[in-house]
Design a protein. Structure first.
Length: 282
């Protein structure tokens, strides 16, 4: 079994971006800028945004976090996004999800200028990604694709089971895999017999937020297992959606949690923001 070390690859990518930021500043006098909009007091969202802001600072980006109370109106969020769309120092706009229930998430995402949609959530980018055109791609699935590339895990013709069908992770993940010529099964909470799908897969990719969902008897010998889960236990420790201690014994490759996919998500956000800055109209 080989561990897939996302922390190490993310750190390599961030070092490269740090160098590239210096060059971009020298050649075009551009400093990449990211605006994050954080609504409400969800503890996990606050902690993710803190990590994203720190990563921006570490690579030399300009970044701002707009914190808003959960009582904020949809119109006020839209007004802030419109302002960021117009702000020439801002290359990327990220609205941390989930949003409070009274806010229409789709409406909010559709207001973001697709050229600044570094999360790859705008329907314009989702559609382009689906058809294999150049686009911003959602950071977590993009990070998983980079891990496959780094570890020379070939996808062509492989049976891949994606567990979880969210707009942020499962659906874009499945699309990228189809574009890479894998045979993809997408499972979700209405799937009748999850194990019957995971057991037949060469690669299992799980992002559900259900701790310990994937057990040893649900994966075949030699499978590649990618764990996108990020669950905080009462004692404060972080675990994924895979029963790592037992499943890892059967795998050819597996991502740890923490230190697997999580750091790659942040590295891809930086990479997308850098790409947006490079294309800035000046
Ligand atoms: N909430 C959980 N994951 C993400 C993400 O990748 N981007 C945003 N904006 N919100 C999230």
């Amino acid at each position: 079994m080989q561990l897939i070390d996302g922390k190490s690859l993310a750190s390599k990518i961030q070092s490269q971006i740090t160098q590239d930021v210096i060059k971009l500043k020298e050649s075009k006098n551009i400093t990449p800028g990211l605006a994050v909009i954080l609504v409400g007091d969800d503890a996990a969202s606050h902690s993710y945004v803190k990590m994203k802001a720190k990563a921006c600072k570490d690579v030399g980006f300009y970044s701002i976090v707009h914190e808003m109370p959960s009582s904020i109106s949809q119109e006020e969020i839209i007004a802030t996004i419109s302002m960021m769309n117009q702000n020439p120092r801002i290359d990327g706009i990220l609205v941390q999800l989930p949003l409070p229930k009274h806010i229409d998430t789709t409406k909010i995402i559709e207001v973001i200028d697709p050229k600044k949609d570094v999360d790859g959530f705008h329907p314009y980018n989702v559609g382009r990604m689906m058809t294999g055109l150049e686009s911003f791609v959602a950071c977590t699935p993009l990070g998983v694709m980079k891990l496959f590339e780094e570890y020379n895990i070939n996808l062509q013709g492989k049976d891949v089971c994606v567990v979880g069908a969210s707009n942020i992770v499962g659906k874009p993940m499945a699309n990228l895999l189809v574009n890479a010529n894998a045979t993809v099964t997408v499972t979700h909470i209405y799937t009748k017999d999850l194990a019957s799908h995971t057991k037949n897969a060469d690669i299992v990719i799980v992002g559900t937020g259900v701790q310990g969902l994937i057990k040893e008897d649900m994966v075949k010998e030699g499978a590649v297992v990618i764990d996108i889960g990020f669950n905080r236990l009462e004692n404060g420790s972080i675990v994924g959606d895979v029963d790592f201690a037992n499943v890892s014994k059967k795998c050819s490759y597996i991502t740890p949690v923490p230190g697997g996919v999580g750091p790659m998500t942040i590295a891809m956000l930086l990479s997308n923001t850098f790409d947006a800055a490079q294309k800035r109209d000046i």
